[in-house]
Design a protein around this ligand. Structure first.
Ligand code: GTP
Length: 397
């Protein structure tokens, strides 16, 4: 049972698919505040369709300028545009990237020159050249993807696999043509090349669908970080801290484990801003955030819940003493905050804390009590901590 391909149908199908996906990518470009990678990817699809159309006219006309030169010019331009889109997406303008862009321009110029010099001869020359050029571009695309620092990583991995397969396919095409050239082929070259063409179209389609996946998941991740995190310190914002705090509270209730909430407010922070400026104040806030992250465990929940106010939810284990942890936090902030970026800021903080008890029905109950304890610490002179309900043994000073 043989495998036969009706070439004109296949080519028309490929043109239609590429025009459709190209149109879709162009629409995305218009809708997404003109994110330029989408325009380049749309153009890649369209040039591929145009190149295929020109190559297909070989059945009707005998004009190598169109059927070979223009066809391969567009077919070679297509992977180049995909790569340019990837580079645009990665957005980095480092020296290394600039150098690789120059290398790319140089190889494109070489491709054009060799195509110009050879297209009049055997059309297989142009096919060999385009296959080699495309393989090089796809390998370069894998390299570009490996330099990308985006999350989630699944779309990057999918694209790496697709580009690698495409690169290998183009190398195989070059090999088959090269062997044919040297008269080494016993098998039916036309059939093998048609098979490669089918896979080429499938891979090109899969790649153009995976590219928006890369861009969409990346921007969704960025939006999620922006919605959940405080822009200045990278800590949880108020809403996320409450969400995570409620989760931790429910877990602690179910597993009957201990939980503590600490509210921390910087002392006389207005004076820091007034005396040293808002930028110095921002540096101080970042330093406090770093200190809290360094001093607490990875699974503790830390958020910036107001201008100079932080909240922490600590999962307490048997050996932990919240009062010792709190004292350590106050001391480290006072030590680190003496001088920030060469300025004598002398930052200190006050903390209100509470440990989970039977009368806490919700996480909000703990937050309210920690807040009241914080006001108590401020009233009692600052740079100190107060705990829970007001009893004589609740102070840490
Ligand atoms: N630099 C900077 N300052 C901020 C930010 N958010 C709030 N602040 C400042 O934090 C200060 C808070 O001042 P107050 O609420 O009077 O409190 P305080 O001066 O710390 O006094 P106590 O809390 O009573 O010790 C104000 O000057 C705010 O402008 C911020 O993102 N960056």
């Amino acid at each position: 049972m043989g495998f036969t391909v009706h070439l004109p149908t296949l080519l028309l199908l490929s043109v239609a698919i590429n025009l459709l996906i190209g149109g879709l990518l162009w629409a995305i470009f218009r809708l997404r505040s003109r994110q330029h990678c989408f325009r380049l990817w749309a153009l890649a699809c369209m040039t591929f369709a145009v190149g295929t159309l020109f190559a297909g006219t070989r059945a009707f006309i005998d004009t190598p300028w169109i059927t070979v030169f223009l066809a391969h010019l567009f077919l070679g331009l297509s992977p180049l545009l995909v790569l340019a889109g990837l580079q645009r997406f990665s957005g980095s303008a480092s020296r290394k990237t600039r150098r690789s862009r120059h290398a790319l321009r140089l190889s494109a110029a070489c491709y054009l020159l060799i195509l110009l010099l050879t297209f009049q001869g055997d059309p297989l020359n142009a096919r060999l050249l385009t296959a080699l050029f495309s393989a090089a571009i796809f390998i370069f695309a894998v390299y570009t993807l490996s330099k990308l620092d985006t999350t989630p990583s699944l779309p990057v991995r999918i694209l790496k696999v697709l580009f690698t397969m495409h690169g290998v396919l183009m190398m195989s095409q070059a090999l088959v043509i090269g062997m044919d050239w040297l008269g080494l082929n016993q098998a039916n070259t036309g059939f093998v090349l048609q098979l490669i063409l089918v896979n080429h179209i499938l891979l090109a389609t899969a790649t153009t669908l995976a590219l928006p996946l890369l861009a969409f998941t990346h921007s969704e991740q960025r939006l999620r970080v922006m919605a959940e995190r405080d822009g200045l310190t990278g800590l949880y914002n108020r809403r996320s801290l409450f969400r995570e705090g409620i989760r931790a509270f429910d877990q602690a209730t179910q597993s009957q484990t201990q939980l503590a909430v600490l509210m921390l407010d910087l002392d006389h922070f207005k004076q820091v801003n007034d005396r040293w400026g808002h930028a110095a104040g921002d540096d101080a806030l970042r330093l406090v955030a770093r200190t809290l992250k360094n001093e607490l465990r990875d699974d503790d929940i830390i958020g910036r819940v107001g201008g100079e106010e932080f909240a922490m939810v600590l999962r307490i284990t048997g050996d932990d003493d919240v009062r010792i942890i709190t004292r350590r936090l106050l001391d480290t902030i006072a030590t680190n905050g003496q001088e920030i970026d060469g300025l004598p800021l002398y930052i200190s903080a006050s903390i209100g804390g509470v440990e989970k008890a039977g009368h806490h029905k919700t996480f909000a109950d703990m937050m309210i009590e920690a807040d009241a304890a914080l006001y108590n610490a401020k009233d009692k002179g600052r740079n100190r901590a107060e705990f829970g309900r007001l009893t004589p043994e609740t102070s840490v000073s």
